[in-house]
Each structure stands twice: as C-alpha cells, then as structure tokens.
Write a protein that binds this ligand. Structure first.
Ligand code: PGA
Length: 250
C-alpha cells in the first residue's frame, strides 16, 4: 500500500437492523486513533439505516454511503426507488454504483452511466464497480470487458475526481476466492492506465473488492497499486472489519 489514505468501504448489502447501529462503536473508536488517521472508513448500510449511521458517526471521520440510486434526479413515480439527491439530503457522502449484484438484476452500462451522472450532480462521491465474470476471465476477455464497462459507465463524464473505481471480479464476490496477487496488481495497473489514457488523471483511486477478509488482507495489502478495499461479508462483524484495518495499517 502507499502512504496515502487507504479506503475501507463496508458494503453491508441487505444486512442490518436497528440493533446493528451500535455494533460499529469499536470501529468508531479505532477511527479516532491517530495511528489510523490514514484509514478512510466508509459504511454503506441499507437505505433503512443510513440516517442512523449518519447520526452515529457524527463528529467522526467516518463517512456514510448508499449502495445504489435511481438515475432520475427529481422526485417521481418510481415505486421502491431512491434518487441521489435524496441520499445526499440525509447525510450520505458516497454511493456505490454498478455493483454486479445490481447489474445482474437489470443495471446496464447505460443506466450506470446515468446514475453516475446524477450522483455527481448531487455532489456525492461515486464508488463505481466493474469486473469480469468467470466465463469472461476463462475466455481471456477480462481487459476487453473492463475497458468496455469503464468507458461506457463514464460516457460524457468529463470530471472524474469524485469517482472511486472498484474492481470487483464477479467470480471473487462472496466466494472466498481472490485473484492471484501478481495478476491483481497487473489488472489494477491496467485499470489505472485506462483511466490515465482516457481521462488524463494520474492519481485515480482504485479499490479492490471480492472476498477480502482478515486473513487474505495480509497478502492483499502488499499490492501497492491498490488504494483500498470494498468489503462485503467481512465488514458486517466489527471485529473482522477492525482486524482488516489493523493488519493493513501497522
Ligand atoms: P464480499 O463482497 O466481500 O462479501 O465478497 C464484496 C462486494 O460485493 O462488494
């Protein structure tokens, strides 16, 4: 890892009840220690808990994010949906867009592009997810797929300074399998190259997500091209999440 900030984004997916809000108290404690000042923690709980997390983390450096948003900017008749302005309005600073679990139920590169645009307009920071499936990996299409997802997700977006790139190989999410370290390093460097070439940005932040846990973090943290992690299952339990942070920053 570099000496800059390392991002630890907790993606809680469809987990968490009111009781869970208090469970993050030790993470809050850790975030206040000067030793961990370079650990940037972002919690993305389900919509139902965002306000509670915002309240709980008030006066800390922890930020809160949502896991998705609708692409429409204004209020409207979209049952079950929440737009970027609504997310911003309740104190979220981030939103995850393009997660494969939402791509798999209908999100397209086009809808992802519209969502990113409306999130940026709402002054949210975007955690833009992309990654290849196992089939695509096996047929050696990873580079092509990532190129396509990145370029199409960012169509007509000029300023990418508020975008964090989250490389999440679909075959790695929730499976306990992570990429080989040298392959992952190479892939992240390629992603940075795509960003540099297309958007003339040299310091884009690229996170890795997929089965990060308190064991494999010891290896993953050695990859200097990675700026942080998007963590699902292992972020639900504060002890595991703290372990990951402590082992990364020591
Ligand atoms: P996982 O999920 O850590 O449980 O694999 C990561 C993600 O989907 O963001």
């Amino acid at each position: 890892m570099t000496n800059n900030k390392t991002y630890f984004v907790a993606n809680w997916k469809m987990h968490g009840s009111l009781n869970s809000v208090n469970s993050i108290k030790n993470v809050i404690k850790l975030s206040k220690k000067s030793k961990y000042k370079n650990a940037k923690i972002v919690y993305c709980p389900p919509y139902t808990l965002i306000s509670h997390f915002v309240e709980k983390t008030k006066k800390t450096k922890i930020d809160i994010g949502a896991q998705n948003c609708h692409f429409k900017k204004k209020f409207g008749s979209f049952t079950g949906s929440v737009n970027a302005n609504m997310i911003k309005n309740i104190g979220s600073k981030f939103v995850i867009i393009g997660h494969s679990e939402i791509r798999s139920i209908g999100d397209t590169n086009k809808s992802i592009n519209l969502k990113i645009k409306s999130a940026l307009k709402a002054n949210l920071k975007v955690i833009f997810c992309f990654g290849e499936t196992l089939k695509e990996k096996r047929s050696k299409k990873t580079n092509k797929v990532l190129n396509y997802q990145i370029k199409n997700g960012l169509t007509k977006i000029g300023n990418i300074k508020n975008i964090f790139f989250a490389y999440e190989p679909v075959w790695s999410i929730g499976t306990g399998i992570i990429p080989k370290i040298n392959e992952l390093d190479k892939q992240v460097r390629k992603i940075k190259q795509i960003i540099r070439k297309n958007y003339k940005v040299n310091n884009a932040k690229v996170l890795y997500g997929g089965s990060v846990n308190s064991q494999n973090i010891v290896t993953l943290k050695k990859i200097s091209s990675i700026n942080g992690f998007l963590i699902g299952g292992a972020s639900l339990n504060s002890k595991n999440f703290i372990d990951i942070i402590k082992k990364t920053i020591n």
